[in-house]
Ligand binder design. Structure first.
Ligand code: PHE
Length: 444
């Protein structure tokens, strides 16, 4: 049932047995929400872009979502056995071609092109994932990087050049916490083969100030929007902190977290770019930093959007609330939810096969190759945006037969209308059949 070829944004690709992109996901490759005027994803992009000068950071907002495994993984130093490469996590068109899982897939080519001292990319990215109010198989990221060239700075003094650029940035008065050492000799090392400690420190200082300014802008705007609608809104001082992180293509690496409504939220990942990227891009004399940020996550905070499915809605009750904001960001307001329709829970229980010798049918889910994301996709394919979340409720292994039983609870709730019980039953029956046909489970 796999198509021999598929088309994405006017280009044709040949599939092979790695192909695992459902039609529903393929259909979203042309939506480009980050470029749709007054869409909250586009507004969020614009707010972030406003904190990076166009003279230094060249914008790339039209890269195709289809990339090679080399671009998405190898060029960034992902090991061959990295989990991100699994077909359970990533949408493949064929063995060497996939829908990008992150905007970092374009880092290597931009470093090679070396067309500017920095760049910002915004784009749609694709991940097979669970179903709930904050996960969707397509979302948007923004990637940024800043590079310096040792051969092009005054007196060849790159440290002085970086601090001179840092001095040109504005300051802010938000409390920044740095609870851990900024690097760790094993977990998060400096690249001592390639950088002096002073160089690494200068890059990190420029990176941190640049990203703090961006986050301060986002959260200041979020609070202004809240205060505009709620005269009793009490402003709490913003708190941000840097925590250690790991990415295969940066070291040291950090995440920036913001304290918001009682929780520390992780808002972005970043770090000092691995020198191997510059060396492999024939730019060994360059060095710099990169970051990546998820736009929906930020938009949900800015506008108080409660469910990620809403971004894909064409309902005017959603879209019209943001009209005019891109031309005047001071019009930014919180989203006012239209009535929430009732939820309809249904459970499905099934047995997994206890051995992998399941009659030669490779699609059969046995205990060893059952991937929850495959179940999530069956549910999405049947019920699409009518499913709000899917949760594992129970699992146990039969003491005598050794067979494993799973029970999932599926929450059907439309964003646009009240589902009748018949409609929910109909979805659920088709989900049950899909699980049998696609995963080979035995319903209980
Ligand atoms: N690509 C990373 C992610 O998707 C984020 C990142 C970008 C981290 C650039 C470091 C540098 O999680």
């Amino acid at each position: 049932s796999r198509p021999a070829t598929i088309e994405v944004n006017g280009k044709t690709y040949t599939t092979d047995e790695w192909y695992n992109v459902p039609q529903t996901v393929l259909a979203l490759t042309g939506r480009k929400l980050h470029l749709q005027k007054d869409h909250p994803v586009a507004i969020t992009r614009q707010i972030i872009e406003s904190k990076f000068s166009t003279a230094t950071y060249k914008r790339y907002n039209e890269f195709d979502p289809v990339v090679s495994t080399i671009e998405n993984f190898d060029s960034l130093g992902f090991p061959p056995d990295h989990v991100g490469r699994a077909r359970s996590d990533t949408y493949y068109i064929n063995e060497t071609t996939l829908l990008r899982t992150h905007t970092s897939a374009h880092e290597a080519e931009l470093f090679r092109a070396s067309a500017s001292d920095g760049y910002l990319i915004s784009a749609d990215v694709y991940r097979r994932d669970e179903v709930d109010r904050s996960h969707y198989p397509v979302f948007h990221q923004m990637e940024g990087a800043r590079v310096w060239d040792r051969t092009k700075v005054p007196n060849g003094d790159v440290v002085a050049a970086i601090y001179a650029d840092l001095a040109k940035l504005p300051t802010h008065d938000v409390k920044v916490e740095d609870p851990n050492p900024p690097h760790h000799p094993e977990r998060n090392p400096l690249q001592s083969k390639h950088h002096s400690p002073e160089e690494a420190e200068a890059i990190a200082a420029h990176l941190k100030r640049s990203l703090e300014l961006m986050v301060v802008e986002i959260f200041t705007r979020a609070k202004q929007a809240a205060a505009r609608q709620d005269p009793n809104y009490v402003d709490e001082p913003l708190r941000v902190r840097w925590v250690e992180a790991y990415f295969p293509f940066t070291s040291p690496s950090w995440e920036l977290e913001v304290y918001y409504q009682g929780d520390w939220l992780e808002v972005l990942g970043c770090g000092v770019s691995k020198q191997e990227l510059f060396i492999n891009a024939d730019q060994p004399q360059q060095l710099g930093w990169a970051f990546g940020i998820g736009l929906e996550r930020i938009a949900m905070l800015l506008f108080q959007i409660p469910d990620i499915r809403l971004f894909w809605s064409k309902d005017e009750r959603f879209l019209s609330q943001f009209t005019g904001v891109q031309d005047n960001l001071d019009k930014l307001k919180r989203f006012v939810p239209f009535s929430k329709y009732p939820a309809c829970w249904k459970d499905v229980s099934f047995w997994l096969r206890s051995t992998s010798a399941a009659g030669g049918n490779t699609a059969v889910a046995n205990v060893h190759d059952f991937h929850e994301n495959d179940l999530m996709e069956v549910v999405r394919e049947v019920a699409g945006d009518v499913v709000e979340d899917v949760q594992l409720k129970d699992q146990f292994t039969h003491p005598k037969t050794g067979r494993k039983s799973m029970c999932y609870r599926i929450n059907y709730r439309s964003l646009e209308k009240t589902l009748t019980n018949e409609e929910a039953n109909d979805f659920h029956e088709r989900v049950r059949q899909g699980l049998v046909e696609k995963l080979g489970v035995e319903l209980r």
